[in-house]
Design a protein around this ligand. Structure first.
Ligand code: GDP
Ligand code: MG
Length: 512
């Protein structure tokens, strides 16, 4: 291997058990080189076989397309000289039947897939040919295993794994977060037997890097976007563009010295929240004060997603507004700051989002912005076990606090002006974000101690105060969406009539 001379801790801890053929379940912090941790032994095993195995010896499953692509690239760069054939099998491509043809017409050594697309192959018209490709399968990798096993992928995963050979197959399951529950679920894919569990986390150690400075800001929803903007602006001041002199230090990705530029990921609860924020932030008066803006989420076409991910990866300075599609696994070099706006869906998700910074030993910072009603999130037992976060502003009378407040107020004015344009020109972006708010916070209602009535009141207030909705009635919502969210008969909703079943949106409420 040309790129690295030494194994990282997790690679060192797993290589022997993996090479000896054990089924392993591995937990190690974000950004510590788990990808090579599973690729290396899997490839070694395939190359060691006396005869080249027929079909595909290595199958890697990933929860997102972007991560699948990244794993393929990592496998390719790992062995540039070898004749290993690697294929990525995911949805969102232009021509699925050509993809299938390419997949079937030759043998590949490594298939990196999302469960959905592989499941399509296994149930489609050429299913027998498709799963026969895996008759000689030696290694099955589940990356982000807890996400793959948390229920959302159950149907596809069951469908795929039940068609794979059981004998001889070795399982390598990896994630930064593995709960006891996941350990139980994982057994199902191992003929009911236990895994060798390997964790590089010390006992009682928190699951985030100690060198990531984390803080929170508690402020009402309506101040979230101005606060976000103030933080983005402050980060860009903190990491100024270097003056071009002969002694300009070179920018090496993954390090955060004074020469590093501001590269920030901002996470929102749903794809629709990202669209709305993008709409506001890309208004002329706001975007001119910030590094270039990018967005990534499931409501974008795959080509737009790929383009945004590529641009952010290569950018020296940029802001990526993101849903949870880019929360896990994605390795963007040099991210200086991760901002989470609103509560993440779980403590695990908090860890993964934060893990987009401070990778491969680099420094990083994390800030979470919460409404006072969202505060119970960081006092949950899971969060307490996970991390310690301190207030962003330690003293309200400090210079820091005053500076932040000044920026917030300036931006609040810009946001106010922008909202008027958004609600006049693009009311659907508000309507969709409103429905997404209902869907997302319905799932968090118990923690926030919100009844359904309260949820609707809060959503209606959010539409007005955060998104600048001006009509007397709240944005309209389809009866089907209301039904699916279990909000039938709840006061305060503006239910659409007649229904438009073919343009249903509610299924996407939780889409990342
Ligand atoms: P994961 O979050 O644990 O899955 O981390 P990744 O596998 O995505 O790796 C994070 C970064 O560390 C990537 O840019 C890797 O190329 C890099 N990396 C992997 N192994 C090594 C290593 O041995 N040394 C160094 N310096 N970097 C490594
Ligand atoms: Mg990873």
């Amino acid at each position: 291997m040309k790129r690295f001379r030494f194994l990282t801790e997790v690679q060192a801890a797993t290589i022997e058990p993996a090479l000896s053929g054990k089924d392993i379940l591995v937990q190690a912090k974000t950004g510590t080189g788990k990808t090579i941790g599973f690729l290396l032994p899997a490839i070694e095993k395939a190359l060691r076989s006396p005869v080249r195995p027929k079909g595909t010896p290595i199958l890697v499953l990933s929860p997102t397309r972007e991560l699948a692509q990244q794993i393929s690239t990592e496998a390719q760069t790992l062995l540039p000289q070898s004749d290993l054939r690697i294929i990525t099998v995911t949805g969102g491509t232009r021509n699925p039947s050509t993809d299938l043809q390419k997949f079937l017409e030759r043998d590949h050594d490594i298939v990196v897939a999302t469960p959905g697309r592989l499941h399509d192959y296994f149930t489609g018209p050429r299913k027998t040919e498709a799963y026969e490709k895996f008759h000689g399968l030696q290694t099955l990798v589940l990356d982000e295993v807890d996400r793959l096993l948390d229920g959302g992928f159950a149907r596809e995963l069951d469908g795929v794994i039940s068609m794979l050979p059981k004998t001889k197959r070795q399982n390598l399951f990896f994630s930064a977060t593995i709960s006891n529950n996941i350990k139980q679920v994982a057994k199902k894919y191992n003929d009911g037997s236990e895994y060798t569990f390997i964790s590089t986390l010390k006992e009682d150690e928190m699951n985030v890097h100690q060198h990531v400075h984390q803080s929170y800001i508690i402020t009402p929803f309506e101040k979230h976007i101005p606060t976000l903007l103030a933080l983005l602006h402050l980060d860009s001041i903190k990491h100024p563009l270097p003056h071009v002199t002969t002694s300009t230090p070179s920018l090496s990705p993954g390090t955060t010295g004074p020469e590093t530029l501001s590269k920030v990921m901002v996470f929102f609860p749903t794809a629709r929240h990202v669209s709305f924020a993008m709409e506001v932030l890309s208004s002329e008066s706001i975007k001119k004060s910030l590094p270039p803006l990018l967005e990534i989420h499931s409501r974008k076409s795959q080509s737009a997603r790929t383009k945004a991910a590529g641009a952010f990866k290569n950018a020296k300075s940029a802001i990526l507004l993101s849903s949870d599609v880019a929360a896990r696994g994605i390795d963007f070099p040099g991210v200086t700051l991760v901002i989470q706006v609103g509560i993440p869906s779980s403590a695990e998700q908090y860890v993964h989002r934060l893990g987009r910074t401070a990778r491969a030993g680099a420094k990083g910072q994390g800030i979470i912005i919460l409404d006072p009603q969202e505060q119970p999130f960081y006092t949950t037992r899971e969060m307490q076990k996970t991390t310690t976060i301190s207030p962003y502003i330690s003293s309200p009378s400090s210079h820091e606090a005053k500076e932040l407040e000044t920026y917030i107020q300036t931006y609040a004015q810009h946001v106010q002006n922008t909202l008027e344009t958004v609600s006049a020109n693009n009311p659907t972006v508000i309507g969709s974000a409103y429905v997404s708010f209902l869907g997302y916070y319905k799932g968090q209602a118990r923690m926030m101690k919100w009844s359904s009535e309260r949820l609707v009141e809060e959503a209606n207030r959010y539409a007005k105060q955060v998104m600048g909705w001006t009509d007397a009635l709240p944005p309209a919502i389809s009866p089907k969406a209301v039904g699916m969210m279990g909000l039938k008969g709840v006061r305060g909703l503006n239910i659409m009539k007649p229904p438009r079943p073919e343009r249903e949106q509610s299924r996407g409420d939780r889409r990342q």
